[in-house]
Design a protein around this ligand. Structure first.
Ligand code: FAD
Ligand code: N01
Length: 544
């Protein structure tokens, strides 16, 4: 890939486009296609050296999706969804990356994408009603609209362990995994972090490494993926009913086709519940268990019954009762951190070469040249894998120097927590759109369903303005206020608001305001609200 030098770029006159898009993952690629098809000029900037976003960066062992691939994929092109052959129930990272590269080629997107280029700032010039966007290669681009498709889980939580720089072994971050992989054979390896990433990587690293020490702070709920190759004919069956399947996902709670629900857990006997949980566990996947009953997300009693079931499974699988106990989440309700979907995760702790260290009880103090020290012990290893998570939903936006009307900074506006109209637009920041921004369903469930809906809504809104001869679109203060209130109200009905450790609430980043970031009212409900707003001439937006 060719990246022009800073000097070259500086000599270039300011490029003028209708729309700048930041990011070339699922969101940015679709935004480019949709906005270009609407007849506008688009320039996409992507910090990575390839397209794919999440699936470009996260190459750690075991990386794969946790929503079935036939659903975790674009629905905008009938031909694409008919032609593409997913090989497994949950595709691995390389296959999803190949799919997104195929999308870039198939729809001829690459010509409008500049790789290896980070957007540093976006300032709104009120006089000219244009965004001035600067990039890491020294360009300035002038655009009527800015669409931020910078990702909900793309800003890495950097390690701040004292002494890490003095560690003489190798340090790997799961989201910056070396292309071509890492061979851990014969090595003593440490993993810090047991979120979805750690849970996927740990079983595979354990198989290869001589010794693996897992440093766990908060244990996670995890259910078996039961991943498998898709049998002959299975894809054809999906293709035959794709339209219904997609429609069900669009109108669902969490962006994947609704699982037929037997109703509320509280209306079932303990024996009936057990049977239904067992069936969900046997079928595999997070959605099946979380949606086993309709009240798991809202009723503490229903939630506890599902959580107890998973804890009983951990106790069954893990032979050492003390390890099983430490692996069992007890401090937050099920589903208030994203449920993990694994292959042999708990069973991995039965291996003689794997040790679990509880760093909640015995915190990490510092790294040394040969390993790390906790308050109670010292551990030596040759390599450490950091799976510490992300500054979710708002992180990537806050990293860009965004200034709206009167030079107001987005970081100032969101100092006490993000405020947005529909997760799409911010008052005082005209013509700036965020794909899956805070206050939209974004990270809950199947993110691709939400990405498509958001990009469609944003493009429709810009086209509406174009038709009416307007070139300013701005969220009205009152509309934003009432949306923020509605999001908070919905959040207070959800058990997510009670979790003190979840990145859904920003709790994993020191100093981040504790606000439930996604809209918990449901993907389908959110879509209906957006459709109503669009029908009412995009009420809540001011046009000028
Ligand atoms: P991303 O894919 O994150 O793309 C954003 C891009 O923007 C990145 O490539 C980044 O480099 C670029 N960027 C950011 N800031 C700048 C800047 N200033 N200048 C230039 N470029 C910039 N969701 C699910 O629904 N199901 C799953 O199974 C699932 N699995 C996941 C697995 C992992 C390991 C992770 C980390 C996330 C997973 N997610 C999953 C969430 C996933 O992030 C979304 O599903 C989806 O891929 C997001 O697409 P996006 O285009 O919005 O963002
Ligand atoms: O990140 P996480 P992730 N000392 O924040 C620990 C998606 N995803 O990358 O919980 C010690 O969940 C931290 O501990 P604690 C999915 O949406 C999907 O794993 O803060 N430990 C936690 O254990 C997911 O939810 C898949 O106490 C520290 C871990 O690091 C989201 O991305 C795969 C620490 C971080 O877990 C994020 O998942 C991967 C410290 N200083 C990702 N700091 C699929 O399966 C942090 N931790 C599809």
């Amino acid at each position: 890939t060719h990246s022009p030098s800073t000097a070259d770029a500086k000599r270039r006159p300011t490029e003028i486009v209708d729309v700048v898009v930041v990011g070339a993952g699922f969101g940015g690629l679709y935004a480019l296609k949709r906005i270009r098809d609407a007849g506008m000029s688009v320039r996409v900037f992507e910090a990575g050296s390839g397209v794919g976003g999440t699936w470009f960066w996260n190459r750690y062992p075991g990386a794969r999706c946790d929503i079935e691939s036939v659903d975790y994929s674009y629905s905008f092109s009938e031909d694409l969804q008919i032609d593409w052959n997913w090989t497994e129930k949950y595709a691995k990272q390389s296959e999803i990356l190949a799919y997104l590269n195929h999308v870039a080629d198939r729809f001829d997107l690459r010509g409008d994408i500049v790789l290896n280029t980070r957007v540093l700032s976006a300032h709104f010039d009120e006089a000219g009603a244009m965004w001035s966007v600067t990039t890491s290669d020294g360009r300035t681009v002038s655009a009527t609209y800015c669409v931020m498709a910078s990702g909900v889980l793309s800003s890495i939580k950097e390690p701040d362990f004292p002494g890490l720089a003095d560690f003489s072994g190798d340090v790997y971050q799961t989201s910056r995994w070396p292309d071509g992989g890492v061979d851990f054979s014969g090595r003593r390896v440490a993993v810090i972090g047991t979120g979805s990433t750690g849970v996927q990587a740990i079983p595979l690293i354990a198989k290869q490494a001589a010794q693996l020490t897992v440093f766990q702070r908060t244990p996670n709920f995890s259910v078996p993926a039961r991943n498998r190759p898709l049998a002959a004919g299975e894809l054809d069956q999906v293709r035959a009913t794709y339209a219904e399947r997609r429609q069900s996902a669009r109108m669902s709670l969490a962006g994947f086709p609704e699982v037929p629900s037997p109703g509320r857990a509280v209306d079932h006997t303990p024996e009936q519940r057990q049977e239904i949980y067992e069936a969900a566990w046997a079928a595999g996947g997070g959605p099946r268990l979380l949606r086993a009953f309709s009240d798991i997300g809202t009723s503490p009693e229903a939630n506890a019954s599902a959580a107890d079931f998973i804890r009983s499974k951990i106790a069954e699988i893990v032979k050492d009762p003390d390890t099983a106990d430490r692996l069992s989440p007890k401090t937050y309700p099920l589903g208030t951190k994203r449920i993990c979907v694994d292959t042999n995760y708990f069973d991995t702790y039965n291996r003689p070469n794997v040790t679990l260290v509880d760093v909640m009880a015995d915190p990490i103090v510092e790294f040394s040249p040969t390993g790390l020290r906790t308050t109670g012990a010292e551990y030596d290893f040759d390599a450490v894998v950091l799976a510490l998570g992300f500054d979710a939903v708002t992180g990537a936006l806050m990293e860009i120097d965004i200034k709206g009307r009167d030079g107001e900074k987005l970081t100032d506006r969101w100092k006490h927590g993000p405020r947005s109209y529909l997760g799409v637009a911010v008052s005082g920041f005209p013509n700036l759109f965020t794909v899956t921004g805070p206050g939209s369903p974004s990270v809950l469930g199947n993110v691709v369903t939400s990405i498509e809906q958001h990009v469609d809504f944003i493009t429709d809104c810009i086209e509406f303005a174009n038709r009416k001869g307007h070139d300013i679109i701005e969220a009205a203060d009152a509309a934003e206020d009432s949306w923020v209130r509605h999001v908070a109200e919905k959040a207070s009905e959800s058990l997510i608001s009670t979790s003190t450790t979840s990145w859904y609430r920003g709790a994993n980043i020191p100093g981040k305001p504790l606000v439930v970031l996604p809209y918990t009212g449901g993907v389908g409900t959110f879509r209906e609200i957006c459709e109503r707003i669009a029908r009412n001439d995009f009420e809540g937006f001011l046009f000028g």
